[in-house]
Design a protein around this ligand. Sequence first.
Ligand code: ADP
Length: 634
Amino acid sequence: MALAVLLLGVLLWLLHRNELEEARLALIKDILWVEQNIHFHLDSGEEKLTQLVAELARGDQPVETFEVQARGLIATSGDFDRILLRDAEGGLAAAVPPSVGDRSGEVVGEAAPWWSAFTLAKSIGRAAWSAPFAIPGRGQVFEVHVPIFRDHRFVGMLVGEVAVDSLLAQQVPWWVAEKYKVEIIDANGTTLGAKTNVQLAEPGPSHQVRLEPPGQGVAVVATVYATETNLARNLLAAAIFALAILAVSSLWTMRRHARRRFAAEQALRTEHAFRKAMEDLLTVGMRARDLTGRITYVNPAFCRMVGWSEEELVGCMPPMPYWSPDAMDSTMEWHKRVMAGDAPPDGFEIQFRRRNGETFWALIYEAPLIDANGRQSGWMASVLDVTERKSAEELERWQQEKLQRTGRLITMGEMASTLAHELNQPLSAIASYNTGCLNRLALPEFDPADLRTALTKLGVQAQRAGQIIRRVHDFVRKSEPQLKPCTLNGVVEDTVGFMEFDAKSRGVQLKVSLSPANPAVTADRILLEQVVLNLARNGAEAMAHTPARQRKLSIGVTCQDGQAVVSVADHGPGIAPDVAANLFQPFFTTKEEGMGMGLNICRSIIEYHQGRLWFEPNEGGGAVFRFSLPTRSP
Ligand code: ADP
């Protein structure tokens, strides 16, 4: 733009110079033309005078001839304002038109301004021009002197007088006067006469040409009028410059604006790149939905998770392609809850399907999406693939189960030895009943009723032994827990049956108090019996150092607020605080031959039945282990 302005300036300057040059050339041409015109005019005048002189030299009456001829000459050609006839001494002989008094007091001789021309013409015998001089009332004039010789004798002088003003008036045409002020100046530069239409305040360029004849340093000068076109041109140039400056300044403003915009765009791009990098790096899936449930945004992590591309997902309405067909109803339920603003703040887990058909567990947190105006425009969710965590949990559960099974095997080993003792009891009873029967049979007389009683008791003991064997069988069987309705009174009674022998051998007194309500629960009876058996055996073992009188083990069943509670209270040393902290840890034992699995398994079994197992100090010393189970509604 600056270059354009510069070029424009140079162009204007060149144009101006060109114009000046042209004007100067025109001026020179015009002034030369004017000079030529005057020159021709004066030459022709001189020529005519010379012809008149020849005629006068021949005639006898020079004065009369002169007057006739001179009058004719002035009338036909405007070459001279006046024609004079002087005698050999320079005295005025005649004048056409006649003198009007302005030359009346004229001196002749050296003092006369025309004398040098007179003497020159006389001496060279040809026409000679005078320097300009002023005549009062006539202004500046100059003269041409043509000598008259008759028979080679100088007899007089024919003088043509040219007034500067009338010369300019006649010889400078109007079109020249329109353009220039035309002056005739003498050798000193003094203006002798001028032709002008305008009063020049400030002269323009001028040019001068010597005027020959009359010579003597006389010159014609033309001065150009300072025209108004200059003002117009200057105004135009100023307007162009103003426009250029305006254009430059607006360009500058635009540049600043563009730079600001560019900087803002740059900042935006940086911000966008930062966000994009962050978004791409996220391993958490992000998904936005509008208030109608349509997906409006998904991040790359979400796309990777489900296997559908962003283009395929954005715009989808429920049911979404990644919803698991097996969990369609529950997923729809969750969707409705989220849309109603009822999503749990700590997230929820849901099963989704990948594009390849694989299902996975997703942990979803939903939060309202607030737009720039502060209005809710939808929901934003973060989606975590928790399949691995889930399977880890699953694995843990499985391991726990395995552990329990192992525990059960261990308990089984323990139980096997117990049962071996237990089996001893009915078997020795059977043996003794059998001996009794045989003894009775050996008698010559025997009461069959006695025999029946003994045999019935024997049968009962045999059944008991069978029961013991079945328990072992049931326990060893690697089956899932069999949940069936059963009563807790029954469970405790059966367990006490198993415990009796063991208790007796340890000198422990068993005290059972059953609940009159006889609460019913849904449970695996064998497992519950195992729990009671474990607790009872622990209690009995704890009382090893208790005085024999106090070795009492109380097993009770109570029922309260829909919960059935079984308690096993002993009078042992109680639970020491350091033991209490680890009581339920697997493999924790204080016994030399203990496995430390019992309580841990007991708690797992009770928790499996949605119950709780805990212990408290016994009021009369020792410990009470209690477990509660939800009762079955009738
Ligand atoms: P184990 O009987 O094989 O040692 P348990 O898990 O049944 O394994 O018991 C762990 C420990 O808890 C026992 O070693 C014992 O120290 C303590 N304990 C259990 N029951 C009682 C009780 N009734 N009184 C005192 N200590 C007990």
